[in-house]
Ligand binder design. Structure first.
Ligand code: CMC
Length: 461
């Protein structure tokens, strides 16, 4: 095949670079030293290196801090902690910029399809037409899952959440594809990459078919990535299914804008699990579980459910904006706010524009799109949201498009996982190639009991 092969993930000896001359992890990929930061602990002064990345992000390198000073840093939720250097995605939350391998997502969404963007993320460069062709062929070649895996679906309860099914079946890939589990064999890693990208739409569509009691539809390798997914989701054996090209295009755009987002919760999970040398299938399965939560990828489901509730409640958006401001209400505007973006999420902008176009083109009116826009308008004019710089995020409008396609709400996080897959893979590979890679193992500050005497059970009260 013509796609460049992935390099070995064998650990580097001393300072030798782990990555051979391959396109993976291209770009500057490093940090420059930019002087020192001074730290005073109980009157003793220490100097720590100050680093700067290619886009002038600055960091204090604390990797030797404990050895030098005996103290560690504490940063719950990693609000101020850079867990790694990375050459994959640049995100400027203040300016609302998102780039994969240096290319703005707006450009990629307009000019590429998801398979091409996947290649870019994983191999570090845009493919030539031969490379794209053979990469695409690999993804078509591996679309079927092992026939015995289909019987798994019979064992899951019919009302299981499809994210639970997805995570389980992806984890189970390691039981069926034992010939591609060696994380140090570049060929095996590459086969796992192809298998994952090719099979995830099949696994995802089967989760849906199972939940509605319809037969599982085999993939069709003559279709594009998104067309194939739509036909596996919606076709039935007894009649022909017409794939709407507008839906396939909109889905392609959605997968592209979800494809990577640097060190988010699920990607950090994939890196953390992978850092123990767990195989790629196991690491991605863990990432799917992390993504499911409503504060992360599950927010697209939570957001549409919230909008549906507001519509059913008469459409009074002000009431819900006010509720979200009350800390004791336990209610937040789902699809709003972000750890990194303190400006409009560029993904939300692209998605909203596609909602507008798609609904107009298919002449569909969706009351939740109206409510979403009203909610955005009221929230963005409200002092609470302005002060905290809370804007719609990627999950606010995506559900409107999924609904228009007829995708049920529980499948929304599954679609997020399909989009995020190449990003997870790219980070897993990059992590393995880092010369300074170590198992991820944070420290803690213990706040429990000091040493105490053991009480026999007869004496305990
Ligand atoms: N509605 C109301 N208030 C909010 C919201 C919201 N959606 N998001 C944040 N706030 C408030 C929060 O109460 C806090 O106020 P205060 O300073 O008075 O305590 C302030 O804004 C900062 O919030 P935070 O929780 O400290 O911020 P964080 O960076 O820890 O959390 C977040 C980020 C995305 C988890 C959060 O904004 C949230 O819960 N949003 C709703 C869920 C959501 O849409 N998640 C999808 C995120 S984007 C896609 C992805 O990455 O998966």
């Amino acid at each position: 095949m013509n796609a460049p092969s992935l390099p070995s993930v064998a650990r580097p000896v001393a300072a030798a670079p782990a990555v051979a001359a391959t396109p993976v992890a291209t770009g500057f990929g490093g940090t420059l030293s930019e002087g020192v930061a001074k730290l005073d602990i109980n009157g003793k002064s220490y100097e720590l290196p100050l680093l700067v990345g290619t886009e002038n992000e600055r960091a204090v390198d604390i990797s030797k801090l404990r050895a030098m000073t005996g103290v560690v840093t504490l940063d719950e939720g990693y609000v101020n902690t850079g867990s790694t250097t990375s050459a994959i995605t640049f995100l400027d939350g203040e300016k609302g910029i998102l780039r994969y391998r240096g290319y703005p997502i707006e450009v990629l969404a307009e000019k590429c399809d998801f398979v091409e963007v996947s290649y870019l993320l994983i191999y570090g460069k845009l493919p030539t037409s031969d490379e794209l062709n053979s990469f695409g062929k690999m993804l078509s070649h591996h679309t079927m899952i092992h026939e015995d895996m289909r019987s798994f679906y019979g064992g899951f309860p019919r009302d299981a959440h499809p994210m639970a099914t997805l995570g389980s079946v992806v984890g189970a890939l390691s039981t069926f594809y034992q010939d591609s589990l060696d994380v140090r064999d570049p060929r095996q890693v590459e086969v796992s990459v192809h298998r994952l990208l090719a099979k995830l739409p099949t696994i995802a569509a089967y989760s849906h078919k199972k939940s509605i009691g319809q037969p599982l539809i085999y993939p069709r390798n003559d279709l594009s990535y998104c067309e194939n997914f739509l036909q596996m989701m919606f076709a039935v054996p007894c009649e022909e299914y017409h794939i709407d090209p507008d839906f396939a295009d909109a889905l392609d755009m959605l997968l592209i804008v979800h494809a990577d987002h640097e060190q988010n919760c699920s990607t950090s999970t994939v890196r953390m699990v992978g850092s123990s040398d767990a195989n790629l299938f196991a690491s991605i399965s863990a990432g799917i579980c992390a993504l499911w939560g409503p504060l992360h990828g599950g927010a697209n489901q939570a957001s549409v459910e919230m909008l549906e509730k507001i519509v059913a409640d008469g459409g009074n958006v002000k009431k819900y904006v006010d509720l979200a401001k009350k800390k004791d209400s336990g209610f937040r505007l789902m699809g709003f706010g972000h750890r990194v973006y303190k400006n409009y999420d560029p993904r939300a902008r692209l998605i909203k524009a596609t909602c507008d176009k798609l609904l107009a083109k298919i002449a569909r009116h969706d009351p939740i799109f109206d409510i979403a826009q009203q909610l955005e308008e009221v929230a963005l004019a409200d002092e609470y949201f302005i002060e905290r710089k809370l804007y719609p995020n990627v999950d606010f409008y995506s559900g409107v498009i999924y609904r228009a396609m007829g995708i049920p709400v529980q499948m929304f996080p599954v679609l997020f996982a399909m989009g995020r897959l190449p990003g997870w893979i790219a980070h897993w590979i990059e992590m393995h190639h880092s010369p300074s890679q170590k198992i991820c193992r944070p420290r803690q500050i213990y706040t429990g009991e000091r040493l105490r005497d053991f009480e026999p059970i007869s004496k305990r009260v």
